[in-house]
Write a protein that binds this ligand. Structure first.
Ligand SMILES: [Zn+2]
Length: 335
């Protein structure tokens, strides 16, 4: 196989002979790229890595910058990782998700970037109807707006706020990104373009099936639980899930897990628990689980785990499996 945009390692070896080829290999290694031939693609969240692996297959050498179980928002890049970003054929970026990656990209020409927000219309960080902490400094003056919003608040615009990066909890948005990714990879490697398109199309089929399955089980839970589909979670990572399936997410903090809840926020949460019969506070291992666990303890209700998918917690569970186990945990909390 040969790529139009960049000679592969194999063609380089053939062109310059084995000795010089070894030097090329070692230069690649210093860049921090993954093993293997193919397009060097960099991601910084597990769902993005999942898409790249499924769409790109053997034609990509994938580097995911996150550490399993760590807070992906707080990603820090080593010098080596910054070089990996610079030297990549393609970097997937969710602007506003990770300052370190945004900064690394801003110092480059950006031509190797696939900006997720150019494919997917990201929701504003406060779109769930809950007036979340905005996550940034200097937003304290908005604190008085953090009363418990009901449906009427959903139309309120916060165009000054950051986008909510967690689009991957909506399988149909994942399918849209898979298609865009296939197109972009196809530009970089025209010989494999058809394979990318076919892989994205097969993946879309799976993601649409997952969507139907989630729709059915959340709908059934709705009927069984008398309309109670409220869930409290440690950081508001599930807005896209809530939007797609008509759930009501109440985040202890906003989309940024580093934000600590105010005493007023905790009082409001207690009210939600009482009024909406919430049985469980959900925590995420990567996002201050203590806050959620303490809240559950104080309110005398259960705590359980949701996986925000920002990093891959277990090699045994892929994207779709985690989506299903999150669904199971939520449905159980309404039983
Ligand atoms: Zn998050």
């Amino acid at each position: 196989m040969s790529f139009a945009s960049r000679p592969t390692r194999r063609t380089l070896l053939a062109a310059v002979g084995l000795g010089a080829g070894a030097a090329v290999l070692s230069a690649c290694g210093e860049g921090g790229a993954s093993e293997g031939d193919g397009l060097r693609v960099v991601t910084s969240a597990y769902p993005l890595a999942f898409l790249v692996a499924r769409v790109g297959g053997e034609h990509v050498a994938l580097t995911d910058l996150t550490t399993p179980g760590a807070d992906a928002h707080g990603l820090e890049l080593s010098v080596k990782q910054t070089m990996t970003v610079e030297q990549a054929d393609l970097v997937l970026q969710i602007p506003g998700f990770q300052t370190a990656l945004d900064d690394a990209i801003s110092t480059q020409d950006g031509e190797n970037v696939l900006d997720v927000s150019s494919v997917i219309e990201l929701l504003p960080a406060s779109a769930a109807g809950e007036h979340e902490d905005h996550g940034g400094e200097g937003e304290e003056e908005h604190a008085e707006h953090e009363d418990e919003g009901e449906e009427g608040d959903e139309g309120e615009e916060h165009d000054h706020g950051p986008d909510d990066p967690h689009f991957w909890h909506d399988p149909l948005l994942m399918a849209d990104l898979a298609d865009a990714l296939a197109a972009r990879l196809g530009e970089l490697s025209p010989d494999a373009a058809e394979e990318f398109t076919e892989a994205a199309s097969a993946l879309r089929g799976e993601l649409e099936e997952l969507d139907v399955e989630l729709e059915e089980s959340f709908g059934a839970a709705d009927a069984a639980a008398g309309g109670r589909r409220t869930f409290i979670t440690s950081h508001a990572a599930y807005t896209y899930l809530a939007e797609r399936y008509g759930l009501h997410q109440v985040g202890i903090t906003g989309v940024d897990p580093e934000t600590e809840p105010s005493p007023q926020r905790l009082l409001a949460l207690e009210q939600v628990v009482q009024e909406e019969g919430v049985t469980t506070v959900f925590f995420e291992t990567s996002a201050s689980p203590k806050v959620a666990q303490t809240l559950a303890q104080n309110l005398g209700i259960d705590s359980a785990e949701l996986d925000n998918l920002e990093t891959r917690q277990s090699e045994d569970a892929d994207y779709a499996q985690v989506m299903r186990s999150n669904r199971d945990a939520l449905v159980e909390s309404w039983a």
